[in-house]
Every structure is written in C-alpha cells, then in structure tokens.
Design a protein. Structure first.
Length: 92
C-alpha cells in the first residue's frame, strides 16, 4: 500500500561517495542495506531478519537468569553468543 510505496521511495536510487584521506570516489549506487541514521532502519532490519532469529529459538546459548540467550540485537548490529566455538558454529 501507501506505506510500502513511501518506504520504497526513501530507499530508491541511493548513492554514496567514499572519502579517503583527501580524495573522493565517484558516486556509488547502494543496492542493499538500510540507511545509516534513518529512523526507520532499525525497524526495517528487525522486520527483515525476524524469521532468521526465530530459527535460533531453542538452540544453544548462554544461560542468564534461567533463560537461554544466543543473540543480542541493537538497530542493525547483531551478536551471536554461545558457550563454545562448536555451539557458536551451530548458530551460524
């Protein structure tokens, strides 16, 4: 509907320039990801990745206050946690 069209327009034809020391790249098309600093970015990231994180339920992690925690998320950053390298590999 209108909400999806609005979000699509915000993300349509994004470009960026990379600055390194005193030089600049040409414009680069951004084809993936969420906009840095956009108020919608954390919500869009969570909506998009929720199915993935649902699959982690019941898998190994750290027991904290009686609850198994195997991932921590904030905005578009994610940390997977486990008690061993083998358990971490299972999460990946």
């Amino acid at each position: 509907g209108d909400d999806i069209r609005l979000i699509s327009n915000i993300y349509w034809e994004q470009t960026a320039i990379i600055k390194y020391e005193n030089s600049y790249s040409p414009y680069i098309d951004i084809k993936r990801g969420v906009r840095q600093g956009c108020i919608l970015s954390p919500s869009l990231f969570n909506i998009y990745t929720e199915k993935i994180f649902k699959q982690l339920e019941g898998m190994p992690g750290l027991k904290i206050n009686g609850k198994i925690i195997n991932n921590l998320r904030y905005a578009d950053d994610t940390v997977l946690v486990a008690e061993s390298e083998q358990e971490l590999q299972e999460l990946v």
